[in-house]
Design a protein around this ligand. Structure first.
Ligand SMILES: O=C(O)C1=C[C@@H](OP(=O)(O)O)[C@@H](O)[C@H](O)C1
Ligand SMILES: C=C(OP(=O)(O)O)C(=O)O
Length: 428
């Protein structure tokens, strides 16, 4: 499906969807438990892959009046009866690889063409260090993967600059090993707030994990059990970034974004970055509302080491701002659904943006950029699609974006929300 988005002003209220990161973890944690209810879960393509993985390991997930009722495998995942297909979801593949390492038997994991090109080698190596077997069928560190357990815990050394999801996977699995895990990071940790989310969610499920000087540790023999048997998922700040950016670029008179309570999510930094760029906004933290009005923005420098998923949104804000915006420490943003550093440079250039790409940075010359509507590619990446739709709001004429259905990965109602904010989106 492609969408056409005309230059538009936006106004009204928008609710952010539930957090994808918390939903994945809550579903899997309920799997590691005897079971649990997960309220306000994000029902999207990626989180359904994690539901499928929990079922493959012997759990059961049903949705009753919007609530996920999950029967867990109680710390003992079974050998899946079939290949575990993780679709487009990196989080599912990494977290499920951790669970697969506990299985007394083998698990085969695969995914779509994008996921089969993303790095998995450090996690496979970690499973091997712990006495399991884990390999890439093509020997290139990418899925399809074959993982054999069970691991009993121990010490492991792993790089931190490829994906934090490896650490999250090891912590979640490590809690139900016999001996627990001591994780040593051999390189600086990128995307660190996502491990904070894991540690916070584990705590809500009665499992203790902690940061150490060298990395992380989790004791073995722990039991997953959320307070009163249930867990409620908070709103998603990565998804909020498109709505907040739409308000800052085109809010007339204003956009109110709901569901943005203070959170461990690194991407909550979007509010501070928008303010620094000069956006006229009020964040009412106590009732989770942010009100944003159209503003003259100026360029800034953002280290996206902790917040890789904001890069597409920030590139668009930079292209519409006065001055230069530098998005630095961004190499890990290349290992996503697509190489988002190149993707944003190429697609925004089609819309008239002046952008320079470096291996680990994107430099956007906003003053030189006169955004014009164009035919652009979503490149199979939900965040590229949504950020280009925001760029379209301030581009002269109309912008047509391919692959609009990919928003289903993290924000299924995205184009309906945009329509409700007054944008005449057309789909074909
Ligand atoms: O753990 C998570 O929920 C995520 C971690 C991040 O990935 P990396 O740790 O691979 O950077 C982020 O980009 C992804 O969208 C979600
Ligand atoms: C990179 C993302 O997710 P995942 O790693 O789960 O595919 C994302 O949502 O931007």
């Amino acid at each position: 499906m492609q969408v056409t988005v005309p230059q538009s002003r936006v106004h009204g209220d928008a609710q952010v969807p539930p957090s994808k990161s918390y939903t994945h973890r809550a579903i899997l944690a309920a799997g590691y438990a005897d079971g649990a209810l997960v309220r306000h879960a994000l029902k999207s393509a990626d989180t359904r892959e994690t539901m499928g993985a929990v079922e493959a390991f012997g759990g059961d997930v049903v949705e009753v009046e919007g609530v996920l009722e999950i029967d867990g495998f109680d710390g003992n995942p079974e050998a899946p009866p079939d290949v575990v297909d993780c679709g487009n979801s990196g989080t599912t593949m990494r977290l499920a690889t951790g669970a697969a390492a506990l299985v007394d038997g083998g698990t085969v994991l695969t995914g779509d063409v994008s996921l089969r090109s993303r790095p998995q080698a450090p996690l496979l190596d970690a499973v091997e260090q712990l006495g399991g077997r884990a390999r890439s069928t093509r020997g290139n560190g990418q899925a399809p993967l074959v993982v054999e357990g069970p691991i009993g815990g121990g010490s492991v050394t792993i790089p931190g600059d490829v994906s934090s999801q490896f650490i999250s996977a090891l912590l979640m699995a490590g809690a139900v090993t016999d001996d627990g895990l001591e994780i040593e990071l051999s390189t600086e940790l990128k995307s660190a707030p996502y491990v904070d989310i894991t540690v916070e969610l584990l705590d809500d499920f009665g499992v203790h994990a902690e940061r150490t000087e060298a990395g992380y540790r989790v004791d073995g023999g722990q039991t997953y059990e959320p307070t009163e048997g249930e867990y409620a998922v908070p709103g998603d700040f990565s998804s909020s970034s498109y709505l907040l950016a739409a308000g800052a670029l085109a809010g007339d008179p204003e956009v109110e974004v709901r569901g943005v309570y203070p959170s461990a999510q690194g991407d909550s930094a979007i509010l501070g970055i928008l303010e620094e760029m000069g956006a006229d906004l009020d964040w009412h933290r106590d009732d989770g509302r942010a009100v944003v009005r159209r503003s003259e923005l100026t360029g800034t420098t953002v280290d996206v080491g902790d917040t890789p998923d904001l890069l597409p949104t920030l590139a668009v804000l930079g292209a519409a701002a006065d001055g230069t915006t530098e998005l630095v420490n961004a190499e890990h943003v290349r290992y996503k659904e697509t190489d988002r550093v190149s993707a944003m440079a190429e697609e925004l250039a089609k819309m008239g943006a002046e952008i320079e790409e470096e291996r680990d940075a994107l430099i956007v010359h906003g003053s030189e950029s006169e955004l014009v509507g164009a035919d652009v590619e979503g490149l199979g990446d939900h965040r590229v699609v949504m950020s280009l739709a925001v760029a379209a709001l301030v581009a002269e004429g109309e912008t047509t974006i391919t692959g609009a259905e990919d928003v289903d990965v993290s924000f299924p109602g995205f184009f309906d929300t945009l329509y409700d904010l007054g944008v005449s989106v057309s789909r074909e």
